[in-house]
Design a protein around this ligand. Structure first.
Ligand SMILES: NC(=O)c1ccc[n+]([C@@H]2O[C@H](COP(=O)([O-])OP(=O)(O)OC[C@H]3O[C@@H](n4cnc5c(N)ncnc54)[C@H](OP(=O)(O)O)[C@@H]3O)[C@@H](O)[C@H]2O)c1
Length: 267
């Protein structure tokens, strides 16, 4: 049986682990040829060894915050598979939990450089090819802070809010061109991004409070991957500038209510 993405070429940034790896694996299973990137070559090779068992994968070492590295990666992807039909801007980093006055400014700028500028870099490099074939799907990973204030992770929240604004803008700019651009909101997923966090002394209790909620809110990365398959498939043709969520606001509220009720009953 043919997969939903048979014959398509996908580029998944940050595909060596976490949500990006789950998306790459789901795409390969659906018949896509997949290029994955990351900075750590060893992690990339480990991911490729697992993915090659199910299909066609090509790793490229690339830091998405560098436009020259991203342009080179896209050229390698096109050289290998002839095109890029699907771009998933998944590579992202979080930050030390802390208020603006106490955070290292270089770290703040780095988060924006990877999450926002990295997303721009890949779009900039891929769009000419997508335009020439009058088709392409771009999926940008949203995150905490895009729709609400994000105290103590201000760079992360600001970068993800900007990714949402950028997605909507891009969707308008390329309306009618065959290129669609949407956001994927994966909810909370237990990955290194949220499990290995540091905090300033002031931020530590807030990080601990947040960590206590992770198990209540977490979804498996595979849920985000299933949604990413649907977003990349022909079932969403023509849909652009939208946000696709793994968990609705109502679903999130219900989970918190159930958790609070259980705690109350336990006394
Ligand atoms: N986990 C969550 O609960 C959650 C919730 C909402 C949104 N998200 C978003 O989902 C995306 C994936 O997060 P995750 O939780 O799967 O993170 P993760 O487990 O830390 O994985 C991040 C991936 O991105 C790569 N990466 C990081 N910086 C990079 C750079 N500068 N250039 C290229 N690759 C880079 C990493 O590889 P290297 O380190 O080798 O470069 C790795 O493959 C992020 O955009 C994140 O903001 C996550």
């Amino acid at each position: 049986m043919k997969g939903l993405l048979q014959g398509r070429v996908a580029l998944v940034t940050g595909g060596s682990r976490g949500i990006g790896y789950a998306i790459a694996a789901a795409y390969v299973r659906e018949g896509a040829k997949v290029v994955i990137c990351g900075r750590n070559e060893l992690h990339l090779q480990e991911a490729v060894a697992r993915l090659q068992v199910i299909g066609d994968v090509f790793p490229v070492v690339c830091d998405v915050s560098s436009i020259s590295q991203v342009e080179e990666m896209v050229q390698k992807a096109i050289g290998r598979y002839g095109t890029v039909d699907i771009l998933v801007n998944n590579a992202g980093i979080s930050m030390t939990f802390g208020r603006v006055g106490e955070i290292d400014p270089r770290l703040w700028a780095r988060v924006v450089q990877v999450n926002l500028v990295g997303t721009f870099n890949s779009c900039h490099a891929v769009i000419p090819k997508m335009l020439s074939q009058a088709s392409g799907k771009i999926i940008n990973l949203k995150g905490y802070g895009a729709n609400m204030p994000s105290p103590r992770v201000s760079a992360y929240g600001a970068s993800k809010a900007a990714v949402l604004a950028f997605t909507r803008t891009l969707a308008r700019e390329y309306r009618g061109s065959g290129i669609t651009v949407n956001c994927l909101s994966p909810g909370v997923v237990k990955t290194e991004l949220i499990l290995n966090r540091e905090a300033t002394p002031e931020g530590r209790p807030y990080l601990e409070q947040f960590s206590g909620f992770i198990d209540v809110l977490a979804n498996p990365a595979e849920k985000a991957a299933q949604l990413a398959v649907r977003m990349a498939s022909s079932s969403t043709d023509g849909v652009s500038g939208r946000e696709f969520r793994v968990m609705s606001k109502t679903g999130l509220a219900l989970r918190l209510i159930k958790w609070s009720a259980r705690r109350l009953l336990k006394g």
